[in-house]
Design a protein around this ligand. Structure first.
Ligand SMILES: *[C@@H]1O[C@H](CO)[C@@H](O)[C@H](O)[C@H]1NC(C)=O
Ligand SMILES: *[C@@H]1O[C@H](CO)[C@@H](O)[C@H](O)[C@H]1NC(C)=O
Ligand SMILES: *[C@@H]1O[C@H](CO)[C@@H](O)[C@H](O)[C@H]1NC(C)=O
Ligand SMILES: *[C@@H]1O[C@H](CO)[C@@H](O)[C@H](O)[C@H]1NC(C)=O
Ligand SMILES: *[C@@H]1O[C@H](CO)[C@@H](O)[C@H](O)[C@H]1NC(C)=O
Ligand SMILES: *[C@@H]1O[C@H](CO)[C@@H](O)[C@H](O)[C@H]1NC(C)=O
Ligand SMILES: *[C@@H]1O[C@H](CO)[C@@H](O)[C@H](O)[C@H]1NC(C)=O
Ligand SMILES: *[C@@H]1O[C@H](CO)[C@@H](O)[C@H](O)[C@H]1NC(C)=O
Ligand SMILES: *[C@@H]1O[C@H](CO)[C@@H](O)[C@H](O)[C@H]1NC(C)=O
Ligand SMILES: *[C@@H]1O[C@H](CO)[C@@H](O)[C@H](O)[C@H]1NC(C)=O
Length: 496
């Protein structure tokens, strides 16, 4: 018995270390309900400029998959709910789907997972019965193409199927779904896949009638008397996101599945809402997504599985203006259709994703496809009537090279934009200019607005860069880490 328990613990530790070896990533969902959906090449240009290396599509759009080829971006494709019935009823339909939408693009387009349907168990009870069949058929088509190790198959679940999710240690899945859920978890476990979960603290907060504090939903520090404590494990939860992920782990372990990792396929916060949605604001959306990104990339894990990566896709890349429903539905995006950020994330120092948004810096630069004659006219105006000091553009000065109209326009436009206090009207130049979050500085040519020189932010030293809005949440994570270590110990005891 003792030997058995030791083995079990060893296996568990091995498993955890294997899981922890994977880095957590932040990806972004790309919904397409826009009246002027950007062309796939523009979408990809935005992804690259924002250093977004993971995306999830709600279908397997051919043009999008082609545009994503050879970009290094990892792609999750989806079988839309409308196509599920056909796929679940016919192995060959499933095989055709996989051939057309996956095999034909791989490995040039790096497809890493297939989402089979979306929130099927909670929204489409009739289709739910055949969901596991669809998962198996899609998977066996991957096996036939020898791609099952590279590409995982799963199905995004709504967190609403976890009932009584607080305290997390008592959470369980809606039992009436067990006949589907158990074979589904069996499938995920035996194929080395993961549980895909959509988590919306915004709705949890809205529906809680004041029970959930806003700060707790937004990953902001709480006074100790407001912290949520799991009375069974004595773990302090500092945010809704972690509590829901742990609720999913506990709900799985009640069904005896203890080693299926969780990937969050959707989460986010709307930046604008109707009158009865007062917490859908720019500030809250910015706080949620900025704190989320820091939390995920810091690999803190959750109290139940500290240090285990919870890779997460933000909902979503663009505001989807043609979505039905309340105003908030149209305002979950990080960018508008022109690729202009809705808000600049507070991301000091995280580096890996949306990295050039870091310290609320924006620049005004020439559009890629701008007519050189128009750009020259813009330069002449900025350096003349616009009162920009264009001396750095003169031969022998730091911004002379590269000596082309686009690079010179960037400097002149950006300087004017900063002179005007970064007002968006100041970045127009006959529509030849656009606001960017990428720092165009190069060599000794330092653009206004960039750190380290006399721009908008003055001479910001490395020390002050490390301590912006992050401080309070960093303390917070420290605190939960200490608690977490306590939990692991208790946990080991329970297991043995
Ligand atoms: C992001 O900013 C860095 C430093 O300013 C720059 O080197 C890099 O090229 C930028 N990335 C993109 C994709 O523009
Ligand atoms: C695709 O992504 C996986 C997972 O990160 C990586 O291991 C692999 O090298 C990538 N493949 C290609 C062709 O880039
Ligand atoms: C489904 O097709 C795959 C090949 O695509 C095959 O390996 C598998 O055995 C088939 N399964 C069933 C149940 O027919
Ligand atoms: C549990 O799932 C069943 C079947 O989908 C549904 O009818 C029921 O409302 C769910 N229960 C709760 C509490 O959500
Ligand atoms: C989980 O495993 C325990 C012990 O093996 C067993 O008693 C229990 O019935 C199992 N639960 C489920 C839902 O299979
Ligand atoms: C970011 O910049 C905008 C103006 O462009 C300003 O209104 C906002 O307060 C800034 N946010 C921070 C945190 O500096
Ligand atoms: C910033 O200020 C420090 C001292 O205050 C100085 O040493 C450094 O050269 C300055 N950096 C720039 C780019 O002006
Ligand atoms: C900043 O710019 C002002 C004028 O715009 C200049 O007087 C000052 O010396 C500059 N400071 C640094 C550190 O470059
Ligand atoms: C800022 O943070 C980075 C990495 O987090 C670290 O390497 C660097 O030493 C820090 N700088 C200061 C001045 O604390
Ligand atoms: C990241 O995690 C480390 C410990 O692993 C902690 O010291 C740090 O405060 C955390 N930072 C944030 C921003 O969560």
């Amino acid at each position: 018995m003792a030997l058995h328990s030791c083995l079990l613990l060893l296996l568990l530790l091995l498993q955890i270390s294997l899981l922890a070896a994977d880095e957590a990533f932040i990806g972004v969902n790309i919904g397409t309900s826009l009246s002027d959906m950007p062309h796939p090449t523009q979408v990809v240009a935005l992804l690259k400029s924002q250093q977004i290396h993971h995306v999830r599509l709600y279908d397997a759009d051919q043009a999008m998959l082609i545009a994503l080829a050879k970009t290094g971006i990892e792609v999750s494709v989806s079988v839309p709910n409308e196509e599920l019935l056909a796929i679940a009823q016919s192995n060959s339909t499933a095989a055709n789907w996989v051939y057309r939408n996956v095999v034909a693009h791989y490995p040039s387009t790096n497809i890493t997972s297939i989402c089979v349907g979306s929130e099927v168990l909670t929204t489409l009870p009739n289709v739910a019965k055949i969901l596991v069949n669809a998962l198996k058929y899609i998977h066996s088509a991957l096996v036939a193409s020898n791609l099952d190790r590279q590409i995982k198959v799963s199905t995004p679940l709504s967190s609403s199927m976890i009932l009584d999710s607080f305290p997390p240690s008592q959470a369980f899945f809606n039992r009436s779904l067990n006949p589907i859920l158990i074979p589904m978890l069996d499938f995920l476990q035996s194929t080395g896949s993961y549980l895909m979960l959509n988590i919306y603290p915004y709705y949890d907060y809205m529906e809680s009638n004041g029970v959930i504090p806003l700060d707790y939903a937004l990953f902001k520090p709480l006074p100790p008397n407001k912290e949520a404590i799991d009375s069974n494990t004595l773990v302090h939860y500092t945010n809704v996101f972690d509590a829901v992920v742990d609720a999913a782990y506990f709900a799985m372990s009640f069904l005896n599945f203890t080693n299926i990792p969780v990937v969050v396929t959707e989460t986010g916060w709307p930046s604008k809402g109707d009158r009865n949605e007062p917490d859908a604001t720019l500030d809250n959306a910015n706080a949620y997504n900025s704190n989320l990104i820091k939390h995920v990339l810091n690999m803190t894990g959750t109290p139940k599985h500290p240090g285990i990566a919870i890779s997460t896709y933000i909902y979503e890349l663009y505001n989807e203006d043609t979505k039905a429903g309340p105003l908030s539905e149209k305002n979950w995006g990080l960018f508008d259709a022109n690729g202009k950020p809705i808000y600049i994330l507070h991301l000091t120092g995280s580096g890996a994703v949306l990295a050039n948004d870091t310290t609320n810096q924006t620049y005004c630069v020439a559009k890629d496809d701008a007519d050189p004659k128009m750009l020259q006219a813009g330069i002449d105006w900025a350096c003349g009537p616009g009162k920009v000091d264009c001396s750095p553009l003169l031969q022998g000065q730091p911004c002379y090279e590269p000596d082309n109209v686009g690079a010179h326009a960037n400097y002149a436009f950006d300087t004017y934009y900063h002179l005007m206090g970064r007002s968006s009207e100041a970045c127009n130049f006959n529509q030849m200019a656009t606001i960017s979050t990428s720092n165009p500085s190069h060599g000794s040519c330092v653009f206004p607005g960039s750190l380290g020189k006399n721009g908008t932010f003055g001479n910001v030293t490395a020390a002050s860069m490390n301590s912006t809005s992050l401080d309070s949440s960093a303390n917070n994570v420290h605190r939960s880490l200490v608690l977490v270590i306590g939990v692991v110990v208790t946990w080991g005891v329970v297991l043995l």
